[in-house]
Design a protein around this ligand. Structure first.
Ligand code: GAL
Length: 710
């Protein structure tokens, strides 16, 4: 062991060929509601810190780190994410002394620890001695160690070692006063096509379909002679000569998400069995394609997210807001954690433009505005060796006397000034629907066009709200939507009958639904629904369609009834549908000159159903038309901005978000923006200055306004 770890007295290794499998313990009776972040934030205020990897440094550096953390206002560090090889240098050996010291030191400095199970990166001995723990890709290539994430979610050997180190870690530290929360693994997203994974996939399929006949029917295996005669024949979607069965792909996506989830739960339950109180989490990755976070959300005590927007991306701010709205919604509105972000540059893009300290501060305040009670980074001290040497950190290679670190210290001060928002929630009149299964199904191979991207549509429909200071929750089509004045569903390609029934009932009883193109196309098995689309909802929407039409050169639009929102020369881009009215009215039609005989056919249809209202958009509208249509819809539904004012016709120029009693004004642009506030006097918590009438938000700056009591 290197003395950099501080390890000096290894326990004699038992070095078993394979450890005895500790069972996953029964979790003791749960408290009625498990602690979220509340206990910690009530004591410490907004949490501030990052990943701390002391095993990369000698002891004297730890002492310096603690002092600098205190000076920067850091009150939480995540320790141990990648320390498996230091904790278990050889199979069964345990080296906890160095971690004892780190935790004692953190506690002595008043810094809380989010202690990680180190299971994201198994030591080389595991891959070397147990190659079956390594993941296999779709080409049948077994991936090597020497990196991280080198495990198969279905490997029983990996799982056994992971349970053992978790159990020992928890037994040793559950009562350590520094440990205030638990962090399981890191960024779950591994996929494996090995034989062991194939067996696990088959078990999952048996559970889902019970019989081989059921599977053959669901997968539509009469097509291309794909009928399975025995369970053993079924394999993950490995590299094949041509297109792969779409239901096999969809089920493998579901299986992978479930396999990773069971991995998380296994370690979580070991923790909860010993420590039933402190929160357990793991870090999500926004709209990550490999894991259905809706299905996981209830398994975590606190939702946590890692976010690495590209400083070069001009749409980074609205995209971040959308992701943050998802994180808040996954936790049912409870405060969540921004677990990782970069202080400045990352090192894994091809060209890593640094993030200015002002932008880093603004992005952090944006997360707080959207419900985060913890602002954390990867990582505290920049690594000198290893693959992330050029990744920024809270404490750069050049030390504390740097612009980057001064930005870190300043943010610590800002977060302390925002004590009023701790634990506060927000409310939204609008829900935006998003469903992972539908996303997976929609983006399968061999579809009419790959220019219809689910996430791009989601962003395009979210943007008009973001531009106008309108709060939005993310939801699933089967959720209780009755509290919302408006539900936006940019794309629901896969829509099951229960969810369609839920939407119908929501509209019938007075709700308002806007649905985007290429929706209600397939069943949960990915089979096309026969009939005119959107099959289960055509009568609700007052229109039905018969053909999806990818366009070569676009198609002109014309205004229909109440169609003044549409600019005269609007053109549909890549995708149109051939619709006809079924009781609805056309807000927009295809104009003369539209290809495929579309001229005169409806493109956007409005309808009343029950006591509710609907809009169906049967085309991929240009962004300006989406903006204008949704703005009209928001206004019709009486939706209000964060200031309680009617939705303005044009964008505000700043992001406006209300959380509890605090209204955040966030200016992501490079020029100052003036905002009208109304007559009441508000105090900016960040500067303690009072404002009324109008306020100027400087470029790349933010205000956190709270109304002054008279
Ligand atoms: C995250 C990861 C961190 C670090 C970071 C670099 O994906 O969780 O450990 O690698 O990326 O940006």
């Amino acid at each position: 062991m290197s003395d950099q770890t501080g390890h000096d007295s290894p326990v004699a290794p038992a070095a078993p060929a394979m450890p005895a499998a500790p069972a996953v313990p029964a979790v003791p009776a749960q408290p009625a509601e498990r602690q979220g972040l509340g206990a910690l934030t009530q004591e410490l205020g907004l949490l501030y810190g990052g990943d701390y990897n002391p095993e990369q440094w000698p002891r004297q550096t730890w002492v310096e780190d603690m002092a600098l953390m205190q000076a920067a206002g850091v009150n939480l560090v995540t320790v141990g994410v990648f320390s498996w090889a230091q904790l278990e240098p050889s199979p069964g050996e345990r080296c906890f002394d160095w971690l004892d010291e780190v935790l004692d030191l953190a506690h002595a400095h008043g810094i809380a620890v989010d202690l990680a199970t180190p299971t994201a990166s198994p030591p080389p001995w595991m891959g070397h001695r147990f190659p079956e723990t390594l993941p296999v890709d779709a080409d049948g290539v077994r991936l090597a160690y020497g990196s991280r994430n080198q495990f198969s979610p279905s490997s029983q050997v990996y799982r056994t070692f992971a349970r053992q180190i978790t159990a020992d870690l928890v037994a040793r530290y559950a009562s350590h006063p520094a440990v205030r929360m638990w962090h399981v693994g890191n960024e779950y997203g591994q996929v494996c096509h090995s034989e062991e994974s194939a067996a696990a996939f088959r078990d999952w399929l048996r559970e889902r379909y019970t019989s081989l006949d059921g599977l053959n029917a669901a997968w539509g295996t009469t097509f291309w002679s794909q009928r399975y005669d025995a369970w053993e024949e079924i394999i993950p979607p490995r590299r094949a000569p041509y297109l792969i069965n779409p239901t096999q792909l969809l089920d493998f996506a579901r299986f992978t998400s479930d396999a990773l989830r069971s991995l998380f739960r296994e370690q979580r339950d070991i923790i909860r069995a010993v420590d039933p109180v402190r929160p357990v989490t793991t870090n999500f990755m926004g709209f990550f394609p490999l894991v259905d976070y809706w299905s996981w959300a209830g398994d975590l005590d606190v939702i946590a997210d890692d976010a690495y927007p590209d400083p070069q991306d001009h749409a980074a701010a609205p995209t971040a807001a959308l992701t943050q709205d998802l994180m808040r919604s996954l936790g049912g509105g409870a405060p969540w954690m921004l677990m990782e972000q970069a202080v400045s540059a990352v090192n894994w893009r091809s060209h890593n433009v640094p993030k200015a300290p002002a932008r880093m501060r603004l992005e952090s305040l944006q997360a707080v505005a959207h419900g985060a009670d913890a602002i954390c980074f990867f990582q505290w001290r920049a690594s000198r060796a290893g693959a992330e040497r050029f990744h920024s950190a809270m404490l750069p290679h050049a030390g504390a006397d740097t612009a980057v670190h001064r930005g870190v210290v300043r943010l610590g001060t800002d977060l302390r000034a925002l004590a009023d928002v701790v634990g506060q929630r927000s409310s939204a009149q609008v829900a935006l629907l998003f469903d992972w299964s539908s996303w997976w199904a929609a983006e399968a191979q061999a579809r009419p066009t790959d220019r219809l991207s689910v996430l791009a549509q989601l962003r395009a429909w979210h943007r008009p709200l973001w531009d106008r200071g309108v709060a939005v929750d993310l939801a699933r089509p089967g959720d209780d939507l009755s509290g919302y004045d408006l539900v936006l569903a940019p794309n629901l390609y896969l829509l099951d009958d229960d969810d369609a029934g839920n939407l119908r009932e929501y509209v019938r009883s007075g709700g308002a639904l806007a649905l985007g193109p290429f929706s209600a196309v397939v069943t949960p098995d990915g089979h096309l629904r026969p009939g005119r689309f959107p099959v289960q909802l055509a009568d609700v929407l007052g229109t039905s369609g018969e053909e999806w039409i990818p366009l070569a050169d676009g198609a002109p639009l014309a205004r229909g009834r109440d169609g003044t929102w549409l600019a005269e020369d609007s053109q549909v881009r890549d995708f149109a549908e051939r619709l006809r009215l079924e009781g609805g009215y056309a807000l927009a039609t295809f104009a003369a000159g539209a290809p495929h005989d579309l001229a005169g056919a409806p493109a956007v249809v409005g309808h009343g159903y029950g006591s509710g209202q609907t809009w169906y958009v049967g085309a991929l509208l240009p962004d300006a038309a989406t903006d204008a249509l949704l703005t009209q819809v928001l206004r019709e539904r009486g939706v209000r901005t964060a200031l309680g004012t009617p939705v303005p016709a044009t964008p505000l120029g700043v992001e406006m978000v209300r959380r509890g009693a605090v209204t955040f004004l966030l200016n992501h642009s490079d020029s100052p923006v003036t905002v009208a506030l109304g007559d009441a006097t508000s105090t900016d918590l960040l500067t303690q200055r009072d404002h009324s009438g109008t306020v100027v938000v400087p470029a790349l700056d933010a205000l956190a306004l709270t109304e002054r009591s008279p």
